[in-house]
Design a protein around this ligand. Structure first.
Ligand code: DGL
Length: 273
């Protein structure tokens, strides 16, 4: 078997995760799929996010992927469990779909000293309380506060993330979450778009608070997963090839993706659903 690893996001955000995966494991083949035509997912209902994500996963399977990473918190929060429990056994029992919430929770539970943690995410992720529920399961001693930052994805998607206008919304949500619980010592950036705002986030976060970015930790956990699952690893192609697909206009994706990845890429249009 010669399967690329599928990386899925509603748009560009997953590139902040993919960048680290590619850096850590350049020898594997990858297909990145961004559902830019239908994003943002963060504002959509549970059913719609589930349906869109399942369609994307099926598309990546049809392109030859055996393992798919949902590099999107909203999709991980609203669709992953149903896909793993109900759909995979039916459509592809040998294939695997993994998300970004579980690895983030495992990491945060180990690094927080005060045991007070803050989660920043889209409306969808925060309303699902997925972080809260996972943390409660794995680390019941951790106190969790969540804050939806609905303006942050549009700031990134519209290339406003380094401009002065972004300060207002970054400061507003950081102040709000710190006001909910001043003992927070670790903040999870629970949306794959947010690392682009990291420079600004750091300006407003108290100096003692750690900011947890998902890219490096998801890459590390994926490497470990493949080491622990040699039956999946042998199915993965290792020619260092990457293909990018978007449901929107490839030119638009290319322009923005280059900002995220800092390299020139080829992008193809794809229809899903
Ligand atoms: N990047 C997605 C996430 O991690 C959110 C973007 C969207 O709302 O579509 O949650």
């Amino acid at each position: 078997m010669n399967a690329p690893i599928g990386i899925f996001d509603s748009g560009y955000g997953g590139l902040t995760v993919f960048k680290h995966i590619k850096q850590l494991m350049p020898e594997y083949d990858y297909i990145y799929l961004g559902d830019n035509a239908r994003n943002p997912y963060g504002t959509r209902s549970f059913d719609v996010v589930y349906q869109y994500t399942l369609q994307a996963v099926e598309k990546l399977f049809s392109l030859g992927c055996e393992l798919v990473i949902l590099a999107c918190n909203t999709a991980s929060a609203k669709a992953l469990r149903t896909i793993q429990q109900n759909d995979l056994p039916r459509i592809a029992p040998e294939k695997r779909v993994l998300g970004v919430i579980r690895p983030s929770v495992e990491e945060v539970g180990q690094i927080s000293r005060s045991r007070h943690v803050g989660v920043l995410g889209t409306n969808g992720t925060v309303r699902s309380h997925s972080y809260f529920l996972e943390l409660e399961k794995l680390f019941p001693d951790v106190v969790v506060n969540e804050e939806a930052c609905p303006m942050w994805v549009p700031l990134v998607e519209n290339h406003e993330y380094e401009r002065p206008g972004a300060d207002f919304y970054v400061k507003q949500h950081i102040n709000r979450i710190m006001a909910k619980d001043a003992a927070i010592d670790t903040l999870i950036l629970g949306c794959t778009h947010y690392p682009l705002l990291l420079g600004k986030i750091k300006q407003f976060v108290p100096a003692n608070v750690k900011i947890l970015e998902q890219g490096p930790l998801v890459a590390k956990k994926l490497k470990l997963y493949l080491k622990n699952h040699p039956e999946m690893d042998v199915r993965c192609a290792k020619n260092g090839k990457v293909r990018f697909y978007t449901t929107e206009a490839p030119e638009r994706f290319k322009e923005s993706a280059q900002i995220f990845l800092k390299e020139k890429i080829e992008v193809h249009h794809i229809i899903i659903g």
